[in-house]
Every structure is written in C-alpha cells, then in structure tokens.
Design a protein around this ligand. Structure first.
Ligand code: AMP
Ligand code: GLY
Length: 440
C-alpha cells in the first residue's frame, strides 16, 4: 500500500521503519533531508510540513491511499481534514480532534465537563492582570504554560524554574508580550510524583495500549535544566515501569478511554496514536498533557518493539476497525538522544556528524535519524535533536549498556547526551521517590 508520511524527526524515522517492515510503499514529506527516511522511501518531498496544499498535491500525484502524520504542527493546521477531502485515509486526528493537544485549555475543559478522573486544578487567562490576581490567591504550587503549542519547551514549574512571585509574573508577562504559543496562559496545580507516558492506538472509539515509557524532559543529567522535547526514554521488559502497579496503569488507560469517548460525544472522534503524559501521585495518575500523536522520543522505544504489522494498525486506526491484538516484543529498550551542544538554550548547529549504522546494530541497538540534514554528501546537525540511539535487550540494564556501546559510533565534536537515562542509579531514584511519597 502507498503511504504518505509527514515529518523528518526520530519519531517519523521510527514510524517509517515500522511501515517499511510491514511492506508499506512510502512517500515522505519533511523539511530536512533525513537520510534514514530517504533510505526507505520510494519518493520524498522537502517542504514546509504545514504546507497543506503542496502536501495534498504530492499525495495525489503519487496515488497514496493512507497517511500518517508525525508532528503536531501540521495537525493543527488541518492537514488531515484536507487529505480526507481528497479521499485519503488518515491514521492521525483531524484539526478538531487534535485540539486535545493544540489547546491545553480545551483538554482540561473536556476532562472537567465529562467528570473524567485525573484532572488538576487549572485556570486559563487571556491577560496578565487576571493571571496575577489568581497567582496572588492560589494556595498550592503551580505550573505556568502557554495554552498553545511550543514544541514541549514552554512549561515552567514553581520550585524548579520559578522561585518567587516575581519569577512567575515575569514569565506570564513574557508569554503575553512575546505571544508564546499564541493563545494565552494556563496555570495548573503542580502535581508531585513520577511521570510516565501511556500511548495508545485509537480508531475513534477503541483503544489498544502500547508499552509504558518514561521520558526525560530536563536537558541535563540528574533531571535539572530547562524543559526540552525529551532527551531520552526507556521501557521495561513486560511493558510496565518499575515504580507503577498494574492497577495504576489501568487507571491511566481508563482516563484515556474516557477522553476518547468524550471526544466522540463532542462530534470530533479521535483517530490515530494518542499520547497520555501522567504524573503518578499518591492519589493515582494525574493528567499532565494529552498529545495528538506519538511522543518523540517515546515512539522510538515502542515502534522498535512493535511486532504487529504497522501498515495494518494504521489502516485500522483510519477506518475504525482496530482490533485488540496489537503485539509488542517483550524486551526492554533504552533510548538516548544525541543532541547538539547547547540544546534547550541555544544549540550549536550545522556541524558534521557521522553515524556507523552497522556497528550500532552489532551492539544490539538501532539508530533513528532526527533533525539532521543530508547535504552535499555530508550529514549536518540542525538546532533540534540529532539522532536517537535505542538499545534493545531482555533487561533494562543490558539495553542501557547496548545503547552506551552504540553511542561510540556517533561522532561529532559538538554534541551531548544524557548518559544517566536508563541507568540503574536513576531508575532506582524514581522507585525510591515513589516509595517515599507512598510512605513505604
Ligand atoms: P508538558 O510539555 O506539558 O509535558 O510539560 C513539560 C514538563 O513539565 C512535564 O514533563 C512535567 O515534568 C512538567 N509539568 C507539566 N505540567 C505539570 C504539572 N501540572 N505538575 C507538575 N509538573 C508538570
Ligand atoms: N516526549 C514528549 C513529547 O513528544 O511530547
């Protein structure tokens, strides 16, 4: 089957590999020349991923029957609505359904309206003065976020990034002054616990779970520094995480199912992969965000493990025929993103990077190209994350060691990696933190 993919990052490379394994004939649109995607594609177009008109033309010219959209930006401008108008099936949500991610106030409001569990106290503002009144009177710690999209980098947390009333107001004013996210400010209650990602496949009605993943948003080792799109992530053998119980996971899945039901009820049924980011607290999982797509890096973990035919899963998401038999290998995975020096603040970009794929695979790992550009026979880094390396093995410890061994085969003078991701010490810290909160 001819399939259109949109996006040129690590998540999309992982999706393209999974589609290719399942016999998909791939036509890809991306803004950067990602060599991993190009290697698997029958054809590709380099263009703005939000250029809906051009992308539709490209899809029609090549007679594609099914589309998969990786990033949120094209979803926000209605690429799925346009492709569906041309009779192309889409394994991704419409513009109205993507509001679950593109508007944080829509998401919180929907969860409230349908009395779904897991919500946090929140208030949305279209001006700094009202926000200031709220901040003065609120009696718990808060998190300040732009309501609209910011590529995962717009969130500031009291006690971590914001240390005083002045810090909070400075950031709120900055969001309004610079129009960050383009839609105002949402102030949320700060949840305390351990974060996890539960992604599901969804066909408008039914959901099928993927393995649990833990991402690492902070830029630097030890979970400090600015928030990023995600520096790396791991899954454990058996698809749970070491600090969460089966029944807590079930609570998160029930929350996602309730959201999917609510969206159908609202007349904007959700089709595609859905991403639930939760904080596991002593009072159960609380919703941090819901995204209208796979997570990046999380997609690299789970798609590496996907045993079922991904073309079939996408077709079923698009046509409302998802069955409850999507299978994953039982292995553990550890993904570490190689990022440009300065990533999270100001990236050093345009540097030559080399990747020895065969040696990486011999280490029991996979390489997924992300924000790199193939130019004049050279591979150059961009300003965002460069290459995801995913170690795979029967245990997390071996997967981490495979990942570290493989990282030796990525060479560039201006890159960094969070080496602590997936290590026994960091995972144990998470387990201990949860135990301490539970009073054990
Ligand atoms: P987001 O982009 O919404 O996932 O936020 C980025 C990161 O900020 C999350 O991964 C959390 O670590 C943190 N965060 C966001 N919202 C909250 C919240 N309500 N309580 C505590 N931490 C949060
Ligand atoms: N890894 C977080 C995200 O994709 O939003």
């Amino acid at each position: 089957m001819k399939i259109l993919t949109v996006g040129g990052g690590g998540r999309e490379h992982a999706a393209v590999e999974a589609l290719y394994r399942s016999g998909g004939e791939i036509y890809s649109v991306m803004k950067n020349a990602n060599p991993g995607i190009i290697n698997r594609a029958e054809g590709y177009l380099l263009c703005d991923e939000k250029d809906v008109k051009r992308i539709c033309e490209y899809a029609k010219e090549n007679g594609v029957g099914l589309a998969f959209i990786g990033p949120e930006a094209p979803l926000e401008v209605g690429i799925v609505d346009a492709l569906e108008n041309e009779g192309i099936l889409c394994a991704s949500p419409t513009k109205a359904a993507a509001r679950i991610e593109t508007s944080k106030s829509f998401m919180r409001g929907l969860v409230d309206k349908y009395h779904i569990k897991g919500n946090l106290a929140y208030a949305s503002f279209d001006n700094a003065k009202d926000a200031e009144e709220y901040v003065k009177n609120v009696d718990h710690e808060i998190v300040v976020k732009p309501i609209g999209l910011t590529g995962g980098k717009g969130v500031k947390v009291q006690g971590e990034h914001l240390h005083s009333f002045q810090d909070i107001m400075d950031y709120i004013n900055e969001i309004f002054d610079m129009n960050i996210g383009g839609a105002g400010v949402i102030i949320e209650e700060k949840a305390v616990g351990e974060e996890f990602t539960q992604m599901v496949f969804c066909d408008g009605k039914n959901i099928t779970p993927m393995p649990l993943v833990q991402d690492h948003k902070r830029a630097y080792e030890g979970d400090v520094g600015p928030n990023t799109g995600g520096m790396g992530s791991y899954t454990d053998a058996g698809h749970l995480l070491p600090f969460i119980t089966e029944s807590e996971r079930k609570e998160a899945l029930d929350i996602i199912q309730d959201i999917v039901d609510a969206m159908a009820e609202e007349g904007c049924p959700y089709r595609g992969p859905m991403y639930g980011q939760f904080m596991l607290t002593v009072n159960g999982p609380k919703i941090i965000e819901i995204n209208a797509r796979f997570g990046d890096p999380e997609a690299m973990n789970v798609l590496t493990l996907l045993k079922s035919d991904f073309v079939d899963v996408c077709y079923r998401m698009a046509t409302g025929t998802l069955a409850d038999n999507v299978e994953f290998y039982d292995d553990a995975t550890v993904c570490k993103y190689v990022v440009p020096e300065g990533y999270g603040v100001k990236s050093v970009s345009g540097k030559e990077i080399s990747v020895d794929i065969d040696s990486i695979e011999r280490c029991g790992a996979r390489a997924y190209f992300a924000n790199v550009d193939q130019k004049d026979g050279k591979l150059l880094t961009g300003t965002s994350r460069s290459i995801g390396i995913v170690g795979v093995a029967q245990t997390m410890e071996e997967a981490e060691s495979n990942c570290e061994n493989a990282l030796r085969y990525v060479k560039c003078d201006h890159i960094t990696v969070r080496h602590d991701i997936g290590t026994r010490a960091l995972v144990q810290r998470r387990v201990d933190h949860m135990k301490q909160l539970r009073g054990l």
